[in-house]
Unconditional design. Structure first.
Length: 255
């Protein structure tokens, strides 16, 4: 089924002009019945499994999926991924981990995520200042800085792109190790991360877990009702779209 979907999506126009592969990485909790899946113990009276997903933005189809207990943190799965050299992965700040960044830097992988509020850094350079960008498509970009983290676990310079979220009237700080793309492109990549949230929504709306006597981990894969009608709710984002991703990550309203 995935091969068929990939073939159907191969002819669609790409959102980004650059050649690098773009992925989104995230995880979502799915609540099965605890009595059916005791291995999925999440809380005292609640069972849960967690779907860890890498979404390929060429067609918005999964490139990697792993189902674990609900207690497994996303950062434990991310280092196991093998990403193509030169690819770009967008993720929320739950994946902000200096060890992971160091690994991806060594593998030639570029990342885009939100910086944590408590991260300390020094500003090395500032290439753009407020008011210098006149293009309406780029007016959301406030700053484009080169920084170095005070925590020397990641010693290489990073790029900090600050953008204005008009919908929520707040600034968003995006950190990346990509120094070549325009600041507006970095913001657009993070905005397109919303597609993985739409994919999760689609999964939860369409797949039903049937009654099952299985008790082993992985039983949820065999108990999915494959006869459930499937409705694709993922749609390409257009300029001006501004949904709010879960986890408190406000989307960028327009570029």
């Amino acid at each position: 089924m995935l091969r068929t979907a990939s073939a159907l999506s191969s002819g669609k126009k790409k959102r980004f002009r650059f050649k690098s592969k773009v992925f989104s990485l995230d995880a979502t909790v799915i609540d099965p019945c605890l009595s059916l899946f005791p291995w999925a113990d999440f809380r005292q009276t609640k069972g849960a499994v967690k779907l860890h997903l890498l979404l390929d933005h060429d067609g918005y189809l999964p490139a990697f999926a792993n189902i674990t207990e609900g207690k497994v943190h996303e950062i434990n799965i991310a280092p196991t991924l093998s990403l193509p050299k030169g690819s770009i992965v967008a993720m929320d700040r739950g994946y902000f981990d200096l060890g992971l960044f160091e690994k991806w830097e060594g593998e030639g992988v570029r990342f885009v995520t939100r910086i944590k509020d408590n991260v300390q850094y020094d500003i090395l350079a500032q290439s753009r200042a407020p008011g210098q960008l006149q293009s309406p498509r780029r007016k959301c970009v406030l700053f484009d800085r080169t920084i170095r983290l005070e925590n020397r676990k990641y010693s290489k310079p990073l790029r900090l792109v600050e953008v204005w979220d008009e919908q929520n009237e707040k600034t968003i700080e995006l950190v990346t190790n990509n120094s070549k793309l325009a600041a507006s492109a970095i913001a657009a990549i993070y905005k397109d991360r919303w597609q993985i949230e739409l994919f999760f929504k689609c999964i939860k709306q369409n797949l039903k877990v049937k009654t099952s006597g299985q008790r082993a981990e992985g039983a949820d894969l065999d108990s999915i009702d494959r006869n459930t009608p499937f409705k694709d709710t993922t749609v390409p984002l257009k300029d001006g779209d501004g949904p709010i991703p879960d986890g408190g990550d406000a989307a960028i309203e327009r570029f």
